[in-house]
Structure formats: structure tokens, C-alpha cells
Design a protein around this ligand. Structure first.
Ligand code: SAH
Ligand code: SF4
Length: 382
């Protein structure tokens, strides 16, 4: 069975040809179906009323609409909402961050991650598997539908109120290590027959996979964030081990090449602030030299601790002093607000605890089942 959520517009058109649709109408069918799936967000072929009943029957015989299943849905005191999705052997999550002028959905690209950055709980968990296109776009479909249901709105119209205005691929996993599944999902985010987001409002965050940065620039250029985290190769080799394969000089060259295709005229460099490790004045000075080599903005991320992490977060005044040094050198530097930390929805808190939590959820469920049974025993025997 083909899961229709797996397909972007050209693949959907090809699928319609395969199931016998006339060549002259496959393109129109693909567009209609995308609208049903990603705008009206139906889960049932019978709802696709502008597609002939006979065609719907053929579709139902060959295809399905398989959504993600959420195993937890939590809302933080600041309104940040997190869904934890079951992806078989493990769980991934998506986080919605409401702000005054936008709503940003942070989504996952892999269950776990193989790149093992020293300060990242997803990295500590190791690699489980790549998500499919359906599982990546499925996070947006699920969140969009849930948020609209709360607002009393059904479906998505491009000119209507949209809870999700921006998508960032900053959840679990390295999106460019799963580029073949990520690109069709990005295409669906951008497609006017699906989510219709502007390229500038869709961001891929990468730890710096140089060949894939070039590939993304050709296949689907969107806004790019690069996880820099250290201004020298010696330190970056330790914090972001992929640096041993693609050192800073090569990474900066790739960023400049990307800008020839990008929808924005700058790269966002992410820099996690680790107490005593990369937050000293000499690091700021070295970072200024780097930032001057690429049209860029710098986003300082307060480190979010997690159990078993070896690092501490930089004190607030050190982060502010670091920002001041960069701003004084005319590098646009922002400090990321930590959102949703009371539900472990902040950057880098997503995975390690999920694994524990998932296990704990299962344990709690098992314990409940046991206590339910024990509760039954006396009543049935008594
Ligand atoms: N793999 C991609 C995208 C996912 S991580 C990447 O590395 O860019 C999204 C961002 O969160 C990255 O900048 C990452 O370095 C950062 N991050 C990871 N662990 C963190 C932590 N514990 N505290 C703060 N930021 C963290
Ligand atoms: Fe993977 Fe990104 Fe975490 Fe590094 S920071 S381990 S690339 S998810």
C-alpha cells in the first residue's frame, strides 16, 4: 500500500499514471489530492468529493493515508506545545512555539542521530533510523490539524489564519543525513497546493555536512542554519565531531556557495553557550573573524542541560558579554529564548529523555495494567 503522505506533487502524478489515470489529467489529480491531504487534511478517500467515485475506489485499492500517532501531547506554561510521536522502535517529537507575529514548528528528521555532538542528548541516544517523507511532513500535518482544531478552524487555506507560519528542522536528527526523505517533505511545505510556506520561512539546520549543503542548494534551497558552536577546528573537532571530516574553512566556503541559491542573503550560525568551554573573550574574537567571512547572523543558544550531560550552561552575564563583543564588531547577534523547558521541549532536550520517558510511559502503563488486574482479582473472587 502506498502511503499518500509520502508523495510530493511529481511523485503523486506518477502514482496516478501507475494506477491508470489518463496522462492529460494526472497533474490535476495530483494537485487535487494534495489539497485534500494537506489543506483540507482529510483522512478518508470518500471525503475527496471533486475526484470521481471510480477514481477514489482505485485509489483506495492501492493507497492509504497513514498518519503519525501521538503518544504524548503536552503544553508548557509559556504556550509551547510538544507532541511525542511513535515511530515504531522509538519516538520523535515536534514542538510548536507560538510568538506574537508567527508560529514556529520545530520538527525531527531522524530517530536519534549518528553525529554524536558532545552536548546533544539526541547524539547521546545514538542513531535509530531515518524518518520517511510521510513521517516528516506528517509532523506538520498533525500539528497544523491539532492547532486548528483548538482554534475552531478546519483545514488550511493559504489566505486564512495559519497557526504554523514557519518550520525549522531543528528537532531530532541531522536533516542533511536524510536528504532524500527531507527534500520531498520540504517541497510539500512550499507547494501552494499543500502548505504554501515561503522558502524564507522554512529553515534547515545542519551540523555542517558540506556535500549535502551543496546538494540542498540545487535540489531545494530554503533558509539555512549552521551549527557552528566553536570558532576553531581544535575545539569544533571535539564538540561537533563531523568537523574532522568537514573543517571550518570548507564549511564557510560551502555557506558562501549556498548563498548564491538561498532565499535569504545570510546564513544563521548557531552557537550553543557552554560554561568555560566556548564562551570566553578569545572565542568571541575568533568568532568575529569567522562571521566576517560569510554574510551571517549569529544566534547564541543557552545550553539546555539534560541528565548525563558533561557541560554546564554559561551564566547569563557571560552570554550577554559575549553578545556585546560580537555586536560591537557589527555582527548581528541574538540570544535564543529558551522555550518550553518545563516540558523538556527546549533545543537538545528532545531525545535522551524521550527514550527514558517512553520506557517510563510503557512501565507506567504496564504497572497500571497489573494494578488493574489486581483490582479485578478481589472483586471477581470476592
Ligand atoms: N542536527 C541539526 C539539527 C538539530 S539540532 C544540527 O545539529 O544543526 C538543533 C540545534 O540544537 C543545533 O544547533 C544543535 O546544536 C542545538 N543543540 C543540541 N543540543 C543542545 C543542547 N543541549 N542545548 C542547546 N542547544 C542544543
Ligand atoms: Fe545530531 Fe544535531 Fe544533535 Fe549533533 S546537534 S548530535 S547533528 S541532532
Amino acid at each position: 500500500m502506498q502511503n499518500l503522505l509520502e508523495l510530493n506533487q511529481p511523485s503523486l502524478a506518477a502514482f496516478f499514471s501507475q494506477i491508470g489515470e489518463k496522462p492529460s489529467s494526472v497533474k490535476m489529480r495530483a494537485k487535487q489530492t494534495l489539497k485534500w491531504l494537506h489543506q483540507s487534511q482529510v483522512s478518508d478517500f470518500s471525503a475527496m468529493t471533486d475526484i470521481a467515485k471510480a477514481t477514489r475506489d482505485v485509489l483506495a485499492a492501492h493507497a492509504e493515508i497513514r498518519d503519525l500517532t501521538a503518544i504524548r501531547d503536552s503544553t508548557a506554561s509559556d504556550g509551547t506545545r510538544k507532541w511525542l510521536f511513535d515511530v515504531g522502535s522509538s519516538a520523535v517529537d515536534a514542538v510548536f512555539i507560538p510568538e506574537d507575529d508567527r508560529g514556529t514548528l520545530c520538527i525531527s528528521s531522524q530517530a536519534g542521530c549518528a553525529l554524536d555532538c558532545a552536548f546533544c542528548s539526541t547524539g547521546k541516544q545514538g542513531f535509530n533510523r531515518n524518518l520517511s517523507t510521510a513521517e516528516i511532513i506528517g509532523q506538520l500535518r498533525y500539528a497544523d490539524r491539532a492547532l486548528k482544531a483548538d482554534m475552531g478552524i478546519v483545514g488550511r487555506t493559504l489566505d486564512g489564519v495559519q497557526p504554523v507560519t514557519n518550520v525549522v528542522m531543528m528537532g531530532m536528527g541531522e536533516p542533511l543525513a536524510n536528504i532524500d526523505a527531507v527534500v520531498p517533505a520540504l517541497e510539500l511545505m512550499l507547494d501552494d497546493n499543500a502548505y504554501g510556506l515561503s522558502r524564507r520561512r522554512v529553515t534547515v539546520s545542519t551540523s555542517g555536512m558540506v556535500p549535502q549543503i551543496d546538494e540542498l542548494s540545487k535540489r531545494c534551497p530554503v533558509a539555512l542554519a549552521v551549527s557552528l558552536h566553536a570558532p576553531t577546528d581544535a575545539l569544533r573537532d571535539v564538540l561537533v565531531p563531523i568537523n574532522k571530516r568537514y573543517p571550518i574553512k570548507e564549511l564557510l566556503a560551502a555557506c558562501n556557495r549556498y548563498l548564491n541559491h538561498a532565499p535569504r542573503d545570510f546564513i544563521t550560525f548557531e552557537y550553543v553557550m557552554l560554561d568555560g568551554v566556548n564562551d570566553q573573550p578569545e572565542h568571541a574574537e575568533a568568532l568575529i573573524k569567522i562571521a566576517r567571512q560569510v554574510p551571517s547572523k549569529l544566534n547564541l543558544i543557552p545550553f539546555n542541560p539534560f541528565p548525563q550531560s558533561d557541560f554546564k550552561k554559561s551564566p547569563r552575564d557571560r552570554i550577554l558579554a559575549f553578545q556585546r563583543r560580537l555586536s560591537d564588531a557589527d555582527i548581528v547577534t541574538t540570544i535564543r529564548k529558551t522555550r518550553g523547558d518545563d516540558i523538556d521541549a527546549a533545543c537538545g532536550q528532545l531525545a535522551g529523555q524521550i527514550k527514558d520517558r517512553t520506557r517510563r510511559t510503557i512501565q507506567i502503563a504496564q504497572r497500571r495494567a497489573v494494578s488493574d488486574n489486581t483490582a479485578l482479582v478481589p472483586s471477581s473472587t470476592g
